[in-house]
Design a protein around this ligand. Structure first.
Ligand code: FE2
Length: 438
């Protein structure tokens, strides 16, 4: 899966690689070669990734523009089209693509006054996405799709966290202090109460400038209920991925700005943790490259396992993008996630350090695997040896009950948890892989 963060195409399309140019009239070809447009460098990399032939899913986390003008939005969508859909054979299908609006994608100042959470204001950008080659619609409320590969299955839900971007409120009531009213009454010869009523009438008739637009990130109540219901669908071991523009945790950098955080972020956190499923929440907005894992108040060693939510924020697209590789067991349980960070620096795209995160929401450490961990102490064993241990006379009953697939799953989960190590390529059959206690 590819995660694309805020594009802000107006600035992005102008940006070139940095060149410390001390020559006022350098040979043009050299400057052109070094100061290439960032959109070209990242675009070529992403395009080559798309044409690799394995059709990754793509999540586009919003803020395609900076000021919500539809012309720029159109250009950004055309750019994405060319990266993702230029080759029909490798273009992802609708289930594989999710695209959400960002708070910068709507010119909400133009649509004031605006008080409810309706999404009609998004119509212009909905139409732009609909009339493009991008196979999925813009998610204006919520949207879910399922993707499957062999036994591995994941549900992707996207949600619009910008439904209250541009909601307005009346400016705080304008109140004139008593001594001023008294002074005005004295100067004008008007009665004090008459003066107060004239001021009140004038304020009530004031133009829309007395309305104040606010940018309030939230997940609308019905949308949150929808997410919770969707995540709660069977199977319990299923992996759920949520795509949104805003994160639900406060950003790391101190910020003094009313409503800069998702106002019901606590509800979202609670709802996702209470699902009891592994959830991966992908977002943009903060332009920070950050991965956070939250659990429902337990350590990873606790059995049975507590659910965990992995929150991944994409950097601004001008800095690169993320590729997420999910590993599943033979039986289709999500074991772990590798985050590959493609970043731009020094004129090239490089792959920054990968991050590996265990997802084992179903059985962080299956208690039945304890016997095999003990056997692995001080030795190295192949998967085949581990399968044989199951039939040893000393093997406890619950270890004997593990069929081959479940045994492999337990052993691989222990690897993801860092309890044991696998020294082999994971594409090898289980029986041939080598394991040792760490
Ligand atoms: Fe942004």
């Amino acid at each position: 899966m590819l995660q694309i963060g805020d594009i802000h195409y107006d600035k992005f399309s102008e940006k070139t690689l940095a060149v410390d140019n001390k020559d006022k009239t350098p040979p043009a070809g050299i400057v052109q070669n070094l100061a290439r447009p960032v959109s070209l460098v990242i675009g070529e990399h992403l395009k080559s990734r798309m044409s690799a032939g394995d059709r990754p899913a793509v999540v586009i986390c919003g803020d395609l523009t900076s000021r919500g003008d539809t012309e720029t939005y159109k250009r950004a969508v055309a750019y994405l089209e060319q990266l993702l859909c230029a080759i029909p054979a490798t273009c992802p299908n609708a289930d594989q693509v999710h695209i959400v609006p960002g708070n910068h994608d709507v010119d909400w100042r133009k649509t004031m006054p605006y008080a409810d959470l309706s999404v009609h204001r998004l119509r212009p950008i909905v139409d732009i996405v609909d009339s493009s080659l991008i196979p999925a619609p813009l998610t204006v409320t919520t949207r879910t799709s399922n993707i499957q590969s062999g036994n591995a299955a994941a549900t992707i839900s996207s949600v619009n966290t910008c439904r209250a971007s541009g909601a307005y409120r009346q400016r705080p009531e304008f109140r004139i202090a008593d001594p001023i009213i008294q002074a005005l009454a004295e100067a004008s010869g008007l009665d004090e109460s008459e003066l107060r009523s004239k001021v009140a009438t004038a304020l009530a008739d004031s133009p829309p400038e007395s309305h104040e637009g606010l940018d309030i990130p939230l997940i609308e109540a019905g949308d949150l209920q929808y997410l919770v219901t969707t995540i709660g669908q069977p199977p319990p071991s299923g992996l759920h991925i949520v795509a949104a523009h805003h994160g639900f945790l406060p950003q790391v950098t101190a910020r003094i700005n009313p409503y800069s955080e998702m106002v019901n972020g606590g509800d979202v956190r609670q709802a996702l943790l209470a699902s009891g499923r592994p959830v991966v929440y992908l977002h943009g907005h903060i332009h920070e490259d950050r991965v956070e894992v939250i659990t429902a108040g337990s350590t990873m060693k606790q059995v049975p396992a507590r659910p965990q939510v992995v929150i991944i924020s994409a950097p601004e697209f001008a800095d690169g993008y993320n590729e997420l590789e999910f590993e599943f067991s033979e039986r289709g349980t999500a074991l772990g996630l590798i985050i590959k960070r493609y970043r731009i620096a020094g004129g090239v795209i490089y792959r920054a350090a990968d991050e590996r995160i265990a997802l084992g929401g179903r059985s962080i450490v299956d208690p039945r695997a304890k016997y095999f961990i003990q056997k692995l102490h001080g030795t190295m064993a192949r998967g085949l040896d581990i399968i044989r241990w199951r039939s040893d006379a000393s093997a406890p009953e619950d270890a004997r009950q593990l069929d081959d697939d479940l045994l492999e799953e337990c052993i691989e989960e222990l690897c993801w948890q860092g309890v044991i190590d696998c020294d082999s390529d994971r594409t090898l059959p289980f029986a041939e892989r080598e394991y040792r206690f760490k």
